[in-house]
Design a protein around this ligand. Structure first.
Ligand code: AMP
Ligand code: ZN
Length: 463
């Protein structure tokens, strides 16, 4: 029985799709004004784990992830400049160039991390029409009002406002900031549409003049378009609970009068050295930063699998080293299982599959499931254990099956000195000494061998 923790009900609940065997799932995607950092990527690994768990349970998925390329202001509330516009000014490129560049890098990162791309990727700027229609409907039904600078959602018209985070209306009022926008009816009213100030780079015609959408309306309009008024799962990071997701709920449920999402699922934050990541501390790491320090993207995925998605995860280079070493140990053990011709009693295999499935179906307990894999590799060497690990990898996504190819090909009769040169080249690459790495590749070539880099390392073949 598959159970997920539901942020809305604050408990683990049995999950079944609303309709048939297809799960409709929406995941808040990146704002593409910068590189995704390891914290963001932890959240997308979490999204991927939900998807893989659903597939293991035999369900099909209709997944949507948005790409925010307009409307996300520096603060999640309505403060500050648009992130895309800010980046575009700083980098002297159009917002579309910025969006294209960072989206491409984002999808490369997903690929490296074995994160499956959701079935539908929806760009905010491709859905302006749907957003305007949504805002018009909110106005028509009296849930929104116009001010001199935009259209705002009136949270007093939606009494359930705050239901996801458990915020009470009195707390919202007590905690309200000194309001600069005196036209707002309530301090927490938020913009669903902003009127463009003169010279604003991204703007579209609307019934309220030129303007651009609020960030929250994007997810409401796009989830409704692709998944309907009521869908199975909505995922994102915990920071989205108090503002972004509350606002999405208010927008969608005000119009339909019914629940919009069955399961709200949130991934906890990643910290670095026990604190927040910040540009000023210089600890905002990307996948390329990790690669430059000799870690592969999959080492990072493995690192993330060691903590439950609802627990904070503290990133340090020491713990990353430990993860890398543990993964090497795992891979080496798996390769020796792979080579064995011995068998394992099917009852033992069955027992591992049972406890693995139970761990995953219990709100995706990946660390427990990894523990079961580490138990299994202690069994006497057998190809069955390798096959078991390949099965577990449907969830882990650590490219365990491809360990096979590397080992088989490197098993050929390659002379010791060539192997040594290849190792030196790998070391040079780790140290980003590209000149030396290239030189070593040429030497290997001139001795009649070709070296090809693979996901897991390299293979050498005789020419
Ligand atoms: P953004 O591009 O800022 O909208 O963030 C993309 C995703 O990353 C969102 O789902 C955030 O909740 C998530 N996120 C941001 N910072 C962190 C962090 N430190 N740890 C985990 N997830 C994060
Ligand atoms: Zn969103």
């Amino acid at each position: 029985m598959l159970k997920f923790y539901n942020t809305m009900t604050r408990k683990k609940e049995v999950f079944t799709p609303i309709e048939g065997d297809t799960v409709r799932m929406y995941s808040c995607g990146p704002t593409v004004y910068n590189y995704a950092h390891i914290g963001n990527l932890r959240t997308y690994i979490f999204m991927d784990l939900i998807r893989r768990t659903l597939k293991l349970a035999g369900y099909k998925i209709k997944g949507v992830m948005n790409i925010t390329d307009v409307g996300h202001l520096m603060a999640d509330s309505d403060d500050g400049e648009d992130k895309m516009v800010k980046a575009s000014k700083e980098q002297k490129k159009t917002p579309y160039e910025i969006a294209k560049y960072y989206s491409d890098v984002f999808f490369d990162d997903l690929k490296k991390l074995n994160i499956e791309t959701p079935e539908i990727i929806s760009k905010a700027t491709d859905h302006i029409e749907e957003m305007i229609a949504f805002v018009e409907e909110l106005l028509k039904q009296g849930f929104a009002y116009e001010t001199s600078d935009g259209i705002y959602f009136d949270i007093a018209k939606f009494p359930a406002y705050g239901c996801l985070s458990g915020k009470k209306r009195e707390d919202q009022l007590a905690g309200a900031r000194i309001e600069v926008n005196t036209e707002k009816h309530n301090p927490d009213d938020f913009a669903v549409w902003k009127k463009a100030e003169p010279g604003h780079i991204m703007q579209w015609p609307s019934p309220w003049g030129m303007g651009y959408p609020g960030w929250h309306i994007e997810c409401s309009a796009m989830s409704q378009k692709y998944l309907g008024d009521y869908f199975d799962i909505h995922s994102g990071g915990v920071d989205h609970i108090p503002i972004h997701h509350e606002n999405e709920i208010a927008q969608n449920e005000a119009l339909t009068g019914t629940k919009s999402v069955n399961f709200w699922m949130h991934g906890e934050f990643m910290q670095v050295d026990g604190g927040k990541m910040s540009k000023s501390i210089g600890n905002v790491y990307t996948v390329s930063d990790l690669e430059a320090r000799g870690y592969s993207a999959l080492d990072f995925r493995f690192f993330c699998l060691n903590a439950h998605y609802r627990k904070k995860l503290n990133f340090t280079f020491d713990s990353m080293d430990a993860a890398k070493t543990a993964r090497e140990r795992l891979n080496n053990a798996l390769l020796s299982h792979k080579e064995s011709t011995a068998k394992t009693d099917p009852k033992i295999i069955e027992k591992y599959i049972k406890s693995f499935t139970a761990a995953i179906f219990d709100d995706i307990n990946a660390p427990k499931a990894l523990g079961i894999l580490f138990e299994a590799i202690k069994e006497p060497k057998s190809k069955d254990i390798f096959d078991l690990a390949v099965y577990f990898d449907k969830i882990f996504g650590l490219s365990i099956a491809s360990l096979e190819a590397v080992k088989e090909e490197t098993n050929q009769d390659i002379p010791e000195d060539i192997l040594e040169l290849a190792q030196k080249r790998a070391q040079a690459k780790k140290e980003r000494n590209w000149a030396l790495a290239d030189e070593l590749r040429s030497t290997i070539n001139s001795r009649g061998f070709t070296i090809v880099d693979t996901k897991e390392g390299y293979t050498i073949t005789a020419n």
